[in-house]
Design a protein around this ligand. Structure first.
Ligand code: CTP
Ligand code: MG
Length: 229
């Protein structure tokens, strides 16, 4: 098996969440969101190292929170930037070059399953760039000034989740290129597409929701509760 590093992205401000605290520290069943996410990668035998990318200045606090959650194997805590893209780029800097492949995961997806991590790792044995997708249950339209401009063909559309998996060298190159030309995206797969590499899709998981708004925390708690059984 290839040597894989995981980056857990937790440096965002969580503005849509409107919480008192950063959404990645919001407690779910008494445990911070970031601890749920990071623990799942630390527990996966295919993952050799876990880096948590946090808001600058929060390094010591997050290190203590992870230690309190008994996540002692997570030693690499790195300050991120003002956009997700910058945070990933900073997380990749200084990563041990012996890692062939990298998984990038949103800390805000704490319900990620071992099965999805395993599927992503398995696809990386064959492909250079892999993203999990789910169908859109809503009809999607293009909207302009309060009117429906076009109805998109749902069969051609998918929602992209994380973890996304990449050959490390490819992801570093894609981030370097995007940084150099001023291309920006909140999605790593898009940066890899920009350097002309095919991005493969694998089936995602409907329970792998992203906590964006406060009500998502309630849904995540019930998913985590069910996973415990
Ligand atoms: N993220 C990051 N660095 C940033 C922005 C986002 O590491 N500068 C992380 C977030 O912490 C989150 C993940 O990327 O786990 C997905 O981003 P998103 O859900 O948009 O989180 P936020 O940017 O924090 O939320 P919002 O967009 O509502 O402000
Ligand atoms: Mg954001």
């Amino acid at each position: 098996m290839r040597k894989t590093a995981a980056l857990i992205m937790a440096a965002g401000g969580g503005e849509r969440f409107e919480g008192r605290e950063s959404k990645t520290l919001h407690p779910l069943l008494g445990r911070p969101v970031v601890a749920w996410s990071a623990e799942r990668f630390a527990a996966n035998r295919g993952v050799g190292s876990v880096t948590v990318v946090v808001a600058p200045g929060e390094e010591d606090r997050i290190r203590k929170i992870l230690a309190d959650e008994h996540l002692h194997s997570i030693e690499r805590i790195v300050p991120g930037g003002s956009t997700r893209q910058e945070s990933v780029r900073l997380g990749l800097e200084g990563l041990d070059p012996s890692f062939d492949t990298v998984l990038v995961h949103d800390a805000a997806r704490p319900c990620v399953t071992q099965s999805l991590i395993d599927r992503t790792l398995a696809a990386l044995e064959t492909y250079d760039a892999v993203v999990p997708v789910v169908e859109s249950v809503d009809t999607l339209v293009r909207e302009r000034q309060g009117v429906v401009d076009a109805v998109l063909n749902r069969g051609d559309i998918a929602g992209v989740q994380t973890p996304q998996g990449f050959r490390a060298e490819l992801l570093v190159r894609a981030h370097g290129h995007a940084h150099a030309v001023g291309f920006s995206s909140s999605d790593d797969g898009s940066l890899v597409l920009e350097v002309g590499t095919t991005v493969r899709t694998i089936p995602g998981d409907r329970t792998n929701i992203k906590i964006t708004y406060i009500e998502d925390a309630m849904i995540a708690e019930s998913i985590l509760e069910r996973q415990r059984r």
